[in-house]
Design a binder for this molecule. Structure first.
Ligand SMILES: CCCCCCCCCC/C=C\CCCCCC(=O)SCCNC(=O)CCNC(=O)[C@H](O)C(C)(C)COP(=O)(O)OP(=O)(O)OC[C@H]1O[C@@H](n2cnc3c(N)ncnc32)[C@H](O)[C@@H]1OP(=O)(O)O
Ligand code: FAD
Length: 638
């Protein structure tokens, strides 16, 4: 091309020199990241299918109005469903396709909460009736728990479900403004049914919050049914972002549903109006939240790895200062400050991947035990899912923002993909349980555990985590030893809860490395990342560790020296470590993170596509600017 230097030519891999530095088998690492050869095959195939189909285009989202954006999301969801049906995709492939479409939509809650709630809290009969309809998307569901006045405090929900033994029905009602359902995704404009959580009243007696299947809209013309007032709650954070989702408001005005639409696996109401509590913990009503929290941990590794991939590739492309005798300037990835900010996030992405794998196993294990009426691990499963959801989403949201800053000014462009990623991701710190509220649950679990086991919380941890374990015990002893109430000490106890969750992440990373991990240099790279994750946290929280006495100031200094050495070991492998995520340019949605590193021509080209550049003289010039310039000040017509 005329006047285009080698460094700007399309089709050239501008990161080839970085990829050639790799000291490990990237293809083998791709398998480790995916979880198995099969998982990699599905993920690779489906991500390329989505990337190659113009029907899944997403680069124009930031220029659409809310209504255009939402209608486009409906189109994509319908197109995705048609693709799934036409190609006869499996449930696993279909889930991957929805993931790579990468757009918050009603389908997330239909598949991610409505169906799991029926599977987890419905009787066999109820599952047989409702699941086939839901799997075929002949009904579209949402999870309507949160209300205008209550979200964290589930037992404070006000919606009522009053049993009418005359008609064998429940009357679902919103008695107050604050009892309006508020926030449920998919509720505002699309869902035909909801799992609605309400206070069960039988024979004038209250029995706490239970789940009910309620039809909201006609399956003929989609109009709200009698007694149902439903709509969208309005624009949310960011422009495109989560505004593809119709988070809704819903009021019930004495809506009648058949008795068999109360989810009755945990508790039952007989036609005679007798309330029966199965001999299972009432907390099983919360089971769907446990399930979603463990999926959110896996989501965190995806979101953080996307941001780290963008920031790492761009840090290798970007050069700033340091030119010697007219030679090339320094790659910013070579600056120690850039490495000390970026590489702990790279290590965290891998750490969260592996803790997500473990949590998926833990959830499957507790689910299997529940089926055998073994509730012994339910408290730990709740504490782990709550705590790890809190830890990983906070770290990921902060990490995405740090990746934006690592990309300098260009990180603030929508075309970097980072502002949208942050805006879509950051509610994860709130939904499925406010992160502080969830840490308080962990703190409560730790208090109970300490009081039952004495000081030692658990001896089942790998040797390398002694310092981490001692830190948790020390933090708990400092708090439990003080004769003040839980509420008074809650801020300190939350810190102990975070420390406990960090201990779990570090120990599961170490356990992962004790497994057989094939591929040249792969295990060695993961060991480096594990050490970075553990030593970075030790450095960040060294006050805690020093106060336990199990490390000295000299140890802390040595740990910091070791971190610098580990960053130098990662440096030649950084691009290969993010290539191992195997993200397509379509999924990354980022010019800064594009695979070939040919950033500047793409940035320049993208700028001219902005609607503002459709004319060289902007609308409004003649009305507002020209008079200014010509000092013909007059009252501008609004
Ligand atoms: C690239 C981008 C990727 C990112 C993804 C983007 C895609 C976008 C789409 C995303 C799709 C889906 C995600 C969004 C969906 C979000 C959906 C929601 O938000 S649904 C609503 C969620 N709401 C909550 O989480 C509410 C939080 N509150 C609670 O869970 C409870 O109120 C409480 C636990 C805080 C308190 O419970 P309560 O019963 O009031 O009282 P106690 O604390 O005394 O607990 C009693 C007892 O029960 C135990 N317990 C509590 N919870 C559980 C549980 N879940 N499982 C098991 N046991 C539980 C607790 O430990 C106590 O035990 P004791 O032995 O008595 O101590
Ligand atoms: C994008 C998005 C999607 C959502 N989707 C759904 C959905 O599909 N279905 C659904 O049912 N809900 C949904 N929600 C609602 C979500 O689950 C709630 O917002 C969440 O559970 C937090 O509850 P809250 O809003 O009442 O926060 P609050 O509890 O009011 O939190 C406000 C502040 O009070 C603090 N706080 C509250 N209680 C305590 C305490 N005991 N001790 C110390 N501090 C406390 C919190 O830490 C926080 O700082 C969604 C929310 C968002 C943002």
């Amino acid at each position: 091309m005329e006047g285009v230097g080698e460094e700007e030519m399309e089709g050239v891999d501008h990161l080839a020199h970085e990829r050639n530095k790799s000291e490990f088998d990237v293809d083998a690492m791709k398998i480790v990241w995916a979880g198995s050869p099969h998982a990699f095959d599905v993920s690779d195939r489906i991500s390329k299918l989505v990337a190659s189909d113009p029907g899944f285009r997403k680069d124009n989202r930031s220029t659409l109005s809310r209504k255009e954006l939402f209608k486009n999301t409906l189109r994509k969801a319908a197109y995705a469903w048609k693709t799934i049906v036409d190609l006869r995709l499996s449930e696993e492939e279909a889930a991957k396709l929805r993931f790579y479409v990468d757009e918050p939509a009603f389908t997330d809650l239909h598949w991610g909460m409505f169906i799991p709630a029926i599977k987890g809290q419905g009787t066999e009969e109820q599952q047989q009736k409702w699941l086939p309809l839901a799997y075929k998307m002949q009904i579209i569901g949402c999870y309507a728990q949160t209300e205008l006045g209550h979200g964290s405090n589930v037992q404070g929900l006000e919606t009522t479900a009053t049993f009418d033994s005359q008609t064998d029905e429940f009357i679902i009602h919103s008695p107050t403004l604050t009892s309006s359902k508020w926030w449920p995704g998919g509720l505002g404009k699309v869902a035909t049914h909801a799992i609605a959580y309400a206070r069960l009243i039988v024979g004038g007696r209250e029995h706490g919050v239970h789940g009910f299947i309620v039809q909201l809209r006609s399956l003929e013309d989609h109009s709200p049914l009698l007694g149902i007032t439903v709509g969208d709650i309005g624009m949310k954070f960011g422009n495109g972002a989560y505004n593809t989702m119709d988070n809704g408001v819903l009021q019930f005005d004495h809506v009648r549903i058949p008795r068999n639409q109360m989810l009755m696996r945990v508790s039952q109401v007989t036609c005679e109006g007798k309330y029966k509590q199965s001999d299972v913990p009432r907390q099983l009503v919360y089971g769907t939240m446990v399930y979603v929290r463990q999926t959110i941990v896996a989501d965190a590794s995806c979101a953080l790895s996307r941001a780290v991939c963008i920031a790492t590739r761009y840090s290798a492309v970007r050069r700033q200062f340091g030119s010697q005798n007219g030679g090339p300037e320094t790659q910013v990835i070579d600056y120690k400050t850039q490495q000390s900010r970026l590489f702990p996030l790279l290590a965290s992405a891998y750490a969260f991947r592996f803790i997500g794998e473990w949590l998926k196993w833990l959830y499957a294990d507790v689910t299997q035990r529940l089926q055998a009426n073994d509730f012994s691990t339910l408290p730990e499963a709740h504490a782990c899912t709550a705590g790890l959801k809190s830890l990983t989403t906070t770290a990921t949201a902060d990490g995405i923002e740090e990746c934006r800053k690592l990309c300098g000014g260009h990180g603030y462009l929508c075309s970097s993909g980072l502002p949208e990623l942050f805006a879509v991701y950051v509610p994860a710190c709130t939904y499925e349980g406010d992160n502080t509220v969830l840490l308080l649950q962990v703190a409560r679990f730790l208090m109970k555990t300490v009081s039952q086991l004495g000081s030692r919380l658990s001896s089942k941890k790998p040797v390398g985590t002694i310092a981490y374990m001692t830190r948790v015990e020390h933090l708990m002893q400092c708090r439990c030893g003080v004769q003040r109430g839980f509420a008074e000490l809650s801020a300190d106890l939350v810190e102990a809860a975070v420390a406990h969750c960090q201990l779990i992440v570090v120990s599961k990373f170490i356990e992962k490395l004790q497994q057989e991990i094939p591929g040249k240099g792969v295990k060695q790279q993961l060991e480096v990342l594990c050490n970075i994750y553990a030593l970075f946290l030790l450095h960040k929280h060294q006050g805690d560790f020093l106060s336990t006495g199990c490390i000295t100031p000299k140890h802390a200094a040595l740990a910091n020296d070791e971190l610098r050495s580990l960053y130098s070991q990662v440096r030649p492998n950084a691009i290969a470590l993010v290539d191992a995520f195997n993200y397509t340019d379509h999924y990354l949605g980022s010019i800064l993170g594009c695979y070939d590193g040919n950033v500047y021509p793409k940035l320049y080209e993208a700028a001219w596509k902005d609607p503002l550049n459709e004319s060289v003289v902007p609308d409004g010039y003649h009305l507002y600017i020209r008079p200014l310039l010509k000092q013909e000040i007059r009252t501008a017509r609004l």
